[in-house]
Design a binder for this molecule. Structure first.
Ligand code: GLC
Length: 663
């Protein structure tokens, strides 16, 4: 059962799609303190666990730290960080009985989950205008399913988007893209997508093409398609200020950009230099921006990634003035250590500066709303603009779409990637731990930058990360300009890379089927062991393994120089090891702890007791996966319900597309 509580005058975030009556009283658990601010407080017992918060730092069980939902362009995801790119304010408190709580609040909101006091959970907002949904259910899955019913169905990606994709910030010329294509194809490593970062544009201007490098863009897109490759361009939030640039001029003319208090268009620097931010909270501006994607779909493009939409701000003219003043004072004053660090720090302070977010306004149904009060809705509404536009442009087709920033509700319009991580071993685990929490909030098409975006990767790190990426719906290798190249064919052990990525294509019928079931039935694709085995103390605390769909468990290796790892089996399971030569080793294992050898070129899965899964022959791209090559692996007498469809038709029907297979 879902109960809605509303306090003050909450902003309508449009996260929820179910309409229901709101109460003023207290939720059934915790206490409220409402004055100018709002605090929900709950006393946790020794064993209380708290799950959720979607794309957030640290563990699956969020207890013991403090998190701030405030979409932030911060590429340094160290353990102490409180905010990442997204704001997903849904938690499930598990005491004797689980309770779900969604704090629907579009500004900054703090979840202190036993950080200040290990026994207390407090949720605080700076104003007391908030809606809370309390969800009561039989177990965590039941609560998640009801929550998903409340916030609406998940975005469904096209089937080609389940292939492997290569990306890098720095591909500039047609030749760069053809080099990637031949690097993969000549080495027999599967590939379906190559991503286009900001350099395909002219001067980093959205909805333009660098004509010098891509004079015949449509032919280029089509030629790539003949090679079974989709090009997936980036779209950034900021629109370059430049006379003669149609998007800029139309935006100014129709008042589609965010404004300052004096009515002028707000100015902030991002990749193109000074830009204006489209006012995605204004429906007219959304409609306008969404149809701009037609510029690229007309040239054959079928997928996009929306970036810089927290929105990221490098600096504003006001920020620059502050830095200049600090520098002038520094020049005049005696040089002290304090002066030196203080002045240097000013350069960092003005990035994504709170004062800038309080300086611009949205036009929401004719009312001016200051940005920082609704900050977390910006990326959500950019992707909503794109999806609504693409639905008008190509109503019958699914388009690949994912975003960096998001709020609950954006899952109806696109997937997410988890932003600028680093080539660190700890980030394999951070990637893994976010996956089920994102699923709880309806984000099913998800993935991280495999191999790490910042810093220099190593071939073993990339291989281990790819072995996790085999299971993430979005499987993309992406890296930053200036870092070591990390396309798979750049390394010595190409056979190992081929072997690992081949497993993705062999498991594609299962991965796609379980993904579609999760989307169409409001279920989770990635599940923590704690949700499935709540009475098993070891399973409850095992956060380095995940269940995927209903049939398998994974236990990726996440440490350098490890030739395997200890795996906990909460029930008897069948180990399947995909070996470099294409063979699959099978072994039945009893419940309990096991040390499993997993070399760098191997992928291991565990089939749950009594179940089976479909496995296809390897293929070089998604369309080449041969359904007739499917063989069932698993327990004798087991059956599997396979979902499959044409992979492109919008709004597919579950019942029409399932078939049962028996071992
Ligand atoms: C941002 C994105 C990253 C992209 C870069 C250049 O940092 O998160 O993925 O490569 O901008 O566009």
């Amino acid at each position: 059962m879902i109960k809605k509580f509303s306090y003050g005058s909450p902003f309508d975030t449009e996260a929820a799609v179910l309409q229901m009556e709101a109460y003023r009283g207290n939720p059934s658990i915790g206490t409220l303190m409402i004055d100018n601010t709002f605090t929900f407080s709950y006393e946790m017992s020794k064993d209380t666990a708290v799950y959720g918060l979607g794309e957030a730092n640290r563990g699956i069980n969020k207890r013991g730290y403090i998190y701030e939902s405030y979409c932030s362009d911060d590429p340094h995801h160290q353990e102490e960080k409180r905010s990442l790119y997204a704001a997903h304010n849904f938690i499930v408190i598990v005491d004797k009985k689980p309770i779900g709580l969604f704090f629907d609040y579009p500004g900054k909101i703090t979840f202190d989950i036993g950080y200040t006091d290990y026994h207390r959970l407090t949720v605080t907002t700076p104003t007391a205008d908030i809606t809370i949904y309390e969800i009561d259910g039989n177990n965590i899955y039941d609560i998640v399913k009801q929550f998903r019913g409340l916030i609406g169905p998940s975005y469904i990606a096209p089937k080609f988007a389940f292939g492997y994709g290569q990306s890098r910030w720095g591909y500039k010329t047609k030749q760069d893209f053809y080099d990637v294509l031949s690097g993969y194809r000549e080495n027999g490593i599967p590939l379906d997508m190559i991503y286009m970062d900001i350099d395909y544009m002219e001067g980093f201007k959205d909805f333009t093409i660098n004509e010098d490098e891509f004079p015949d863009f449509t032919d280029f897109v089509n030629d790539m398609k003949k090679n079974h490759i989709r090009l997936i361009p980036i779209i950034d939030a900021g629109i370059k200020i430049e006379d003669g640039y149609d998007v800029y001029e139309e935006g100014v003319l129709h008042n589609y950009f965010c404004k300052k208090e004096d009515g002028s268009d707000f100015v902030a620097a991002v990749w193109p230099g000074y830009t204006h931010f489209p006012d995605f909270l204004n429906k007219e501006a959304r409609d306008w921006f969404g149809l701009k994607y037609k510029f690229l779909t007309d040239m054959g493009i079928e997928g996009f990634w929306n970036d810089m939409n927290e929105p990221a701000i490098f600096f504003t003219p006001e920020g620059i003035e502050t830095v200049k003043k600090a520098c002038e004072n520094f020049i005049k004053a005696d040089t002290t250590v304090q002066n030196f660090w203080g002045t240097g720090g000013e350069f960092d302070n003005i990035k994504n500066w709170a004062e800038d977010y309080a300086r611009f306004y949205h036009n929401v149904d004719g009312k001016m709303v200051v940005h920082d009060k609704v900050h977390n809705l910006y990326g959500f509404n950019m992707t909503r603009a794109a999806k609504d536009g693409l639905d008008k442009i190509m109503p019958e087709k699914r388009v690949l779409l994912f975003s960096r920033s998001s709020y609950v509700g954006m899952h109806r319009y696109g997937g997410v990637w988890t932003g600028d991580n680093k080539s660190w071993w700890s980030h394999i685990l951070l990637n893994l731990k976010m996956l089920p929490s994102l699923n709880m909030c309806g984000f099913i098409y998800i993935g991280a930058d495999l191999g790490g975006f910042g810093c220099n990767t190593t071939s073993d790190l990339l291989l281990r990360w790819l072995a996790l990426g085999v299971f993430t719906p979005l499987m993309r290798n992406h890296s930053a300009d200036g870092t070591r190249y990390q396309e798979c064919y750049r390394f010595e052990d190409i056979n190992s890379f081929r072997a690992v990525i081949n497993v993705r294509y062999r498991l594609l019928p299962y991965i796609y089927s379980e993904y579609m079931k999760a989307c169409l039935n409001d279920e989770m694709y990635f599940k923590p062991l704690a949700f499935e085995y709540p009475d098993d103390m070891i399973a409850r605390e095992t956060e380095t393994q995940l269940l995927i769909g209903n049939e398998i468990m994974i236990a990726p290796v996440y440490e350098q120089n490890a030739s395997g790892r200890v795996v906990y089996l909460p029930e008897e399971m069948m180990l399947l090891k995909f070996k470099n030569d294409g063979s699959i080793e099978e072994k039945n294992l009893q419940k309990g702890h096991h040390y499993i050898d997993i070399s760098l070129d191997e992928v291991v899965i565990f089939i749950r007791s009594g179940k089976c899964i479909p496995i296809a022959a390897p293929a070089q791209y998604v369309d080449a996966v041969d359904q007739n090559s499917i063989v069932l692996h698993g327990y004798k007498g087991a059956s599997y319900i396979l979902y499959d469809d044409d992979g492109i038709t919008a709004n597919p029907d579950y019942a029409d597309n399932i078939k049962t297979y028996f071992v």
